[in-house]
Design a protein around this ligand. Sequence first.
Ligand code: SF4
Length: 208
Amino acid sequence: MQILISRTAFPVQALGPGDRAAIWMQGCSIHCSGCVAQDTWGTPGSTRRQVGDVLDWLGSLDDVDGVTISGGEPTDQPEALQALIAGVRRTRPMVDILVYTGRSARWVLSRGRAMIAGADAIITEPFVQAEAGHLPLRGSDNQQLIALTPLGKDRYVDGPLPDRRRIQLDVADGEIRMIGIPTPGVLTELVRRAAAAGLSFRGTSWQD
Ligand code: SF4
């Protein structure tokens, strides 16, 4: 089974509890205004991998508490998403699986139910810039965090969630990759501080 992947990272602490493996799927048909990850929208020229290769990467990691699948829009690749979640569940039965989607909870829990089978929690609804806020793990206040299993309830309802002020930065190959959900104004401040330090961006994955 092939899957379009933007990137993977470990350990990630900003996208769920504990040390997580994060998998960003490539391609998004939703195009929320104000999306900070517009580099994940397009599919031409993107990396096509086997789901099994992604699972091998996951299997090579030690001390993984959870897996976060984001994008892009994971449900734009329904078969790959289903295979990925099933594979994680099979190979890492103790980790929690969180899936981000810009689709509505109503859609995901009805028509999309099969493709998220095995996930412990989902974050649904498109990003709405006018409702950008400070809720844990969510970019805008309309977005819903829904626990689907007892493990999901334990980790996402009863347990502590990451502080939104924490953003991880990964610097490689002339790029700064941001991991996390920036609170309003943070990216503007990032650009301002970079300019003050003599750094300018050739491009960003968001629009000012
Ligand atoms: S916020 Fe998510 S669903 Fe919305 S455009 Fe960006 S990647 Fe797509």
